[in-house]
Every structure is written in structure tokens, then in C-alpha cells.
Design a binder for this molecule. Structure first.
Ligand code: AP5
Length: 237
């Protein structure tokens, strides 16, 4: 049975970090729409030119473009055993389109990572990425990337004003999809304000449990298994 995972959460919640870990452990492709767009920007393609302006303004790239990109990516054979989607869907329209793309391909396990806003702001202000390969820097990397040796830089959309704009866009356009998914038996909420390894372990448990639950027809009336976010605290990676 395919393991089709969708990661939800505001900017800085740890979607990318946890998607990478889960995908690696379970041998699944991680499909990050933010990474796809940043690669297009680096490659200087037409998509990259459109995406750069939108991303640097903290706004969302158009639904038709994003649905087209993800629809094509999910046709590739490496997704037959499942996938981990990071950053898509981000609007109700994208979520509806994903349901259509997934018709006959098994249920989605949807994980919403919850982190208090003050912690998100601190994480994004502190984040450095590799200017060459784009990976998030680990705390022990001081000036250069531990993967490729590239220089560490600030992500262009992590400036304070842009981050606050991204959070507003999240609440206005993306948060409604939590409502869209929350009644499904395979929806889970994870406390993302814990050390990364603890989040990884909670996610692993939640996804494995959710992927074993019966589909909506058999489990009508089943309620999700929410985990309340903990108090604000920051932890080193
Ligand atoms: P995208 O790249 O998806 O950005 P985002 O959703 O804003 O998410 P981030 O990458 O900022 O955060 P994250 O939750 O992945 O956290 P991370 O693991 O990196 O999208 C960028 C832009 O592309 C959008 O604004 C939009 O313009 C466009 N776009 C993308 N998809 C789109 C779509 N579907 N439709 C339309 N437009 C789209 O962690 C963040 C930091 O916190 C890191 O430094 C990390 O090391 C640290 N950290 C992670 N976990 C922990 C932890 N548990 N404790 C302490 N630190 C942690």
C-alpha cells in the first residue's frame, strides 16, 4: 500500500526538515514545492523568473502553475509507493486538485505541524541556508555548507518584514486547508515545538498509525488524534 504524506504548517514549522527525514527513512521521494521553485530561480527559467518576484514578496505562486507542477511530478514512477509532499497544497483550490490527482491512488496522510508564532519568527530570523545547494544549515556549520562546501546565506524571503507577510498569507490562504482535512481519519496534528528528533519520532508514530486506519467510508465519524502544542521554547538542532 502506498504511503502518501502531506506536511502542513506555517513557515518555519519544520515541514522541510521533517519531510526530508521521513522520506529518507521510508525510502520515499520528498517533493518540496519551495525547493522546486528555488531551483527554477537558480536555473533562470521562465518559471524561476515569475517565482522569484512572488516568493520575494512573500506571496503565493498561482494555483494553476503549482497544480501543473505537482500533477506532473506525481506522474513519475518513483511516487508509486508513495511520497512526502512539503509545501503543497497551500490553498483550498490546490487541496481539491490534489484529491482529483490522487483518485484511485490511496488515501493521503495529512500531518499539521503546530509551532507558536514567536518561535517561528526566531527560527526564521536565525536560519541560514547554503547559497549553492540550498540545504538548511545545521548549527555546527559556521560559515560553509557541510554538504557541498558552499557559503551560508540568509534566504531571500526570511527578512523580518517578508516573514510577517508570509505568516499573514499562511493564515489567510493556507490555514483554511487544515479545516478542509481535519475531519479525515488520517489527519494528525504534531507539536513541532520540541527538539527535532522528538518531532521526528512523534511524526513517525502518527503517520504509521494514521496510514493503518481504515478509509473514510469504513471509519465514518472517527475523530482525529490531535496533540496540543507545548509552551514556547526554542531548542538547538
Ligand atoms: P517554502 O519553501 O515551502 O517555505 P515555507 O512554507 O514558508 O516554509 P519554510 O521553508 O520557511 O519552513 P519549513 O516549515 O519548511 O521549516 P524548515 O524545516 O525549513 O515556500 C517558499 C515560497 O515558495 C512561498 O512563500 C511561496 O511563495 C512559494 N510556494 C511554495 N509552495 C507553493 C505552493 N504550493 N503554492 C504557491 N506558492 C508556493 O525549518 C525552518 C528553520 O527552523 C530551519 O533553520 C530549521 O533548521 C529550524 N528547525 C526546524 N525544526 C526545528 C525544531 N524542531 N527545533 C528548532 N529548530 C528547528
Amino acid at each position: 500500500m502506498a504511503l502518501n504524506v502531506v506536511m502542513l504548517g506555517p513557515p518555519g514549522a519544520g515541514k522541510g526538515t521533517q519531510a526530508e527525514r521521513f522520506a529518507r527513512t521510508h525510502g520515499l521521494p520528498k517533493i518540496s514545492t519551495g525547493d522546486i521553485l528555488r531551483e527554477a530561480v537558480q536555473a533562470g527559467t521562465e518559471l524561476g523568473r515569475i517565482a522569484q518576484v512572488t516568493m520575494d514578496a512573500g506571496e503565493l505562486v498561482g494555483d494553476d502553475v503549482m497544480i501543473g507542477i505537482v500533477g506532473e511530478r506525481l506522474k513519475r514512477p518513483d511516487t508509486e509507493r508513495g511520497f512526502v509532499l512539503d509545501g503543497f497544497p497551500r490553498t483550498v483550490r490546490q487541496a481539491t486538485a490534489l484529491d482529483e490527482i490522487m483518485a484511485g491512488r490511496g488515501a493521503l496522510v495529512v500531518v499539521d505541524i503546530v509551532v507558536p508564532e514567536d518561535v517561528l519568527l526566531r527560527r526564521l530570523a536565525a536560519r541560514r541556508i547554503c547559497g549553492s545547494c540550498g540545504v538548511n544549515a545545521l548549527v555546527e556549520w559556521t560559515t560553509t555548507c557541510g554538504v557541498c562546501g558552499g557559503s551560508l546565506v540568509t534566504r531571500t524571503d526570511d527578512g523580518d518584514g517578508i516573514v510577517r507577510g508570509r505568516l499573514k498569507v499562511y493564515h489567510r490562504q493556507t490555514r483554511p486547508i487544515v479545516e478542509f482535512y481535519s475531519a479525515r481519519p488520517s489527519f494528525r496534528v504534531i507539536d513541532g515545538n520540541q527538539p527535532p528528533d522528538v518531532v521526528t519520532a512523534s511524526m513517525d508514530r502518527a503517520i504509521c498509525q494514521a496510514s493503518a486506519v481504515p478509509g473514510p467510508a469504513k471509519a465514518a465519524g472517527a475523530s482525529p488524534d490531535p496533540v496540543k502544542p507545548g509552551p514556547a521554547k526554542e531548542v538547538p538542532l
